[in-house]
Design a protein around this ligand. Structure first.
Ligand SMILES: O=C(O)CCC(=O)C(=O)O
Ligand SMILES: [Fe+2]
Length: 216
């Protein structure tokens, strides 16, 4: 995986409320991708409660990545939870999972029921403000297997999530991922597409993103 951690893109206004959608479960039509977007997966009250509890209980880390002979802190805080065998490599580092907390086990059960498959690990990303970001990458690590399902739950401030084809620089699709939204990427998506959460100069509320995965 290559995350271009320094990437700076157009600012997105991340305090915009999630638009009210006519449909609650939206399949997004991008070629060679399978995306499902549920802007109102959680009720606002549920999302608020989970956000507050996760922010209070999570032992955040800021790993360093090695780039061009130097170490840089990743521009966000992270934590990795999972079943004992679900060790996971991200930003060039292998992470042993923290054991599921009762809250994360509850959230996992909810997401598993929505996607109809088991999930044994979750990466928590905490974007403290608009300067925290995630560079272009695909979730295509070997331990995720072929055509992995990645279920992304979003709490707190809205941030823009961009998609581009691998090898291209043009953004083909963007989504505003707001409080309580679920985005499910599956099928060949990680094979053909990359995604990012770019930095933005627009003031925005802290955001917590949870990506549930199945590690082989
Ligand atoms: O924060 C997001 O929406 C993206 C997170 C992500 O791409 C990842 O954890 O692999
Ligand atoms: Fe990702």
């Amino acid at each position: 995986m290559w995350r271009s951690e320094g990437a700076q893109n157009d600012p997105s206004d991340c305090l915009k409320p999630t638009p009210v959608d006519l449909f609650d479960d939206i399949p997004l039509k991008l070629p060679d991708a399978r995306l499902r977007y549920e802007p109102h997966f959680l009720t606002p009250a549920e999302a608020r409660d989970w956000l507050a509890r996760l922010l209070a209980e999570t032992p955040w880390e800021q790993p360093q990545v090695h780039l061009h002979g130097r170490y840089y802190p990743v521009p966000r805080l992270v934590a990795w939870y999972g079943d004992p065998e679900a060790s996971y490599r991200y930003s060039g580092l292998v992470h042993q999972p923290l054991p599921w907390t009762p809250l994360l086990a509850e959230i996992r059960a909810r997401v598993e029921a929505a996607v109809g498959q088991r999930l044994n690990g979750v990466l928590l990303n905490y974007y403290r403000d608009g300067q925290d970001s995630m560079g272009w990458h695909s979730d295509d690590e070997p331990e995720l297997g072929r055509n992995p399902l990645v279920a992304s739950l979003n709490l707190g401030g809205t941030r823009r999530f961009d998609l581009r084809r691998k090898g291209a620089s043009r953004i083909e699709h963007s989504l505003e991922l707001g409080h309580g939204a679920l985005l499910v990427m599956s099928g060949p998506t990680q094979h053909y597409w990359q995604h990012q959460v770019a930095k933005t100069r627009t003031p925005c509320a802290p955001r917590l993103n949870l990506t549930f995965r199945w590690i082989r």
